[in-house]
Write a protein that binds this ligand. Structure first.
Ligand code: FAD
Length: 361
């Protein structure tokens, strides 16, 4: 059989590598191309920012991981995919031939307002995380733009870290164009608002960011000053996907069937934030679904190579989400149910630790 090339060290591709090694496909070669030596686990970003986890706990060394799982590792950014000649072209100019491709490169952040792309801090790709932590921990005033789970969680963790280090936390602001924690149950939103109040963090809702300079975010209603401004305003497709000559979703993501296969190029499969499943266009882009897509991705890439019928991915309707709110407390939500306190954080800590363990052994 042929060459499998995995582009991006995201959740589904790492799970692919584990299974590929377990099943000992001696007639196929497998190569991982990823832009950095490390893959950071976003579920533990908040704990690292707060000072609970070490660097070793939150990241996977892809070079060692590939070596241990008998996969070739190319530590370089994929710049382009030549679909006609079936090659991945990386920044060094090297061309990597493939018979089938699995793309799992994550997403970038919607930073399309003037100034944001040039001046804002970004966590995408995720190996920028350490630089961002340094900047936001030590900046006297930090603004986070984006009121989703990631922005809220990082704000609470930053606040907790600053309290532990006896730094003033009065100048922290979270800005969102809609409601904080939008789409979640009313109880959860109210709980989050009360926590912002209790911790004396500025929460600005219903103000759309319209422009950004090095130190200011201008909204439709005012202006906010910060030395560090972190942009977490929803996902957009990364350049590699933008430049692919394939059918895309409305937002520009790689459009795949429920078999995780591009609807227009059968040699390209994908999973995680960089894809949209045609039959489930509103599936949230998060780590939960990236991990859930891993099985079908692996099965179907191998079935495709053997000319077999592909397997269907059916997403679960609800999933457990736990957001860290600082000082080892968390907010657990499951559909309309939610609960806040120490136990949710302990559950999250256990789930995240177990997930990382599966990638370590
Ligand atoms: C602060 C924060 C907290 C979050 N917490 C959670 C949570 O608790 N639970 C949850 O479900 N989701 C969470 N998310 C969302 C989650 O991070 C993403 O949805 C998830 O990481 C997407 O996984 P992925 O496998 O698609 O890609 P990623 O995990 O983003 O991995 C993509 C990989 O591709 C590599 N790459 C990118 N471009 C290229 C290229 N051109 N060439 C080669 N390699 C490339 C990157 O280096 C990286 O290794 C959080 C996000 C943030 C920002």
């Amino acid at each position: 059989m042929g060459d499998i090339v995995l582009v991006g060290g995201g959740h589904a591709n790492l799970s692919f590598i584990k299974k590929h090694n377990q099943d000992r496909h001696e007639d196929t070669s497998c190569t991982l191309v990823s832009a950095d030596r490390y893959q950071y686990y976003s579920g533990m970003f908040s704990g690292f920012l707060e000072g609970i986890y070490s660097l070793k706990q939150i990241r996977i060394d892809l070079q060692d991981f590939c070596k241990d799982h008998n996969v070739r590792f190319v530590c370089d950014k994929a710049d382009r995919i030549d679909q006609v000649n079936k090659r991945v072209i990386v920044s060094s100019g090297q061309e990597i031939p493939y018979e089938v491709l699995s793309v799992n490169v994550g997403s970038h952040v919607q930073d399309d307002i003037p100034g944001a792309h040039d001046h804002a801090l970004s966590l995408k790709p995720n190996f920028h995380f350490l630089e961002v932590v340094e900047r936001i921990r030590h900046s006297p005033r930090t603004i986070i733009v984006g009121g989703g789970a990631a922005g809220v969680e990082l704000m609470f963790s930053l606040h907790a870290w600053r309290e532990k280090n006896e730094l003033n936390s009065k100048e922290l602001t979270l800005l969102t164009g809609g409601e904080v924690f939008e789409g979640e149950a009313e109880f959860a939103k109210q709980k989050i608002r009360r926590l912002f109040q209790k911790k004396q963090i500025n929460l600005v809702e219903h103000e759309r960011a319209e422009e950004m300079t090095t130190r200011f975010v201008k909204t439709n209603n005012g202006e906010y000053e910060g030395e560090a401004i972190l942009w977490l305003a929803g996902p957009k497709p990364p350049p590699l996907i933008r430049d692919l000559d394939v059918k895309k979703s409305e937002g520009g993501f790689l459009l795949v069937t429920d078999r995780m296969q591009s609807v227009s190029d059968p040699a390209i499969f994908g999973a995680g934030d960089c894809i949209t499943v045609q039959s489930y266009p509103h599936l949230p882009k998060n780590g939960v679904y990236a991990i859930r897509q891993a099985n079908e991705l692996y099965e179907n890439v191998n079935r495709y190579l053997k000319g077999e019928t592909l397997k269907t991915f059916t997403p679960q309707k609800r999933y457990l989400a736990i957001l860290s709110t600082g000082h080892r407390e968390g907010l657990l939500t499951y559909g309309k149910f939610s609960i806040h306190g120490k136990i949710p954080w302990l559950v999250k800590n256990r789930i995240d630790g177990s997930f990382m363990k599966t990638l370590r052994c």
